[in-house]
Ligand binder design. Sequence first.
Ligand code: KG4
Ligand code: ZN
Length: 325
Amino acid sequence: MKILAIDTSCDDTSSAVVVDDRVASNIIMSQDEIHKNYGGIVPEIAARTHFLHIAEAVKRALFVSGNTFKDIDKIAVTKGPGLIGSLLVGVSYAKGAAYRFNKKLVGVNHLEGHLYAPFIGKVVEYPFIALVVSGGHTALYKVLNSNDIQIIGRTLDDAAGECLDKTARLWHLGYPGGKAIDIISRAGNPKRFKFPRIAFLHGNFSFSGLKTAAIRFGAENPDAVKNDLADVASSFLEAVVDTLILHCIKACRKENIDRLAVSGGVSANKRLREKLKQTCVGERIELIFPDIEFTTDNAAMIGYTAFLKGESESFDMDAISSIAL
Ligand code: KG4
Ligand code: ZN
């Protein structure tokens, strides 16, 4: 089964070719250089840039994998959730190509794509607890099988990535913020400053308090933000990491499941990977992370999910900005 996949849910234009459960190509055309001038993603510009990049991304994905449209069995595309203008570009392109080349069309939920990304190149073993932690989402799921995915906790306000991005912007650390904090904090002392861990909300997350703490910290300690940036960033990141780990372990214990799959852009974070690995060894929990290239938005995870689930849809399929998993 050869699947051409497309993801244009947010600001990266991505196309991949997935052959059964193997990724043959995964092209990501980043828009960071454009949006960094605004300090965040501008939806209208993201959609227009997808429009300019989509044909090139698909062409490259086919070329790198050594295929043409003729060799492809199905076209999979992210139908939501995401920015509606961005989603529409991918969905319209996928529909057009599927119609022109007479291929089956598969609509994939972006969150489900993230959720299965850790298993690319491995065998999916059920049940597992899934943490999807990105710029738009932070949620925990109990996954019993591919048709039984239950949400067991979500953020009540900001996503973890959003909290990292907004704080990085506040402290002028660079763009995209999560990655900038990851790199700066590596030289820092995570115990130097205190930031709150907000953890007991019936299994739900909340990151807006931590964001407010960062604003207050900056106002009260302008010299620290200037002169001890690595320690400040590292202490702040530690609070995000500890909060995520606490929820994951609690969920595994409560649901009595000893397999944890962590995905989404924030799962690229070095400190989160190291600390969660250590914790899971102690807790005897099997921990699965995606390869780094499958953490942030990518079409390979969409193709892989289409391979796992694979229901075709009609040409009436629409982009939907907000769909649950
Ligand atoms: O999955 P993703 O590409 O897009 C969404 O679906 O939201 O995730 C983007 C998020 C951003 O908030 C970005 O700052 C964060 O992932 N991120 C990171 C790292 N790389 C990306 N956060 C922490 N450490 C990183 N290395
Ligand atoms: Zn995403």
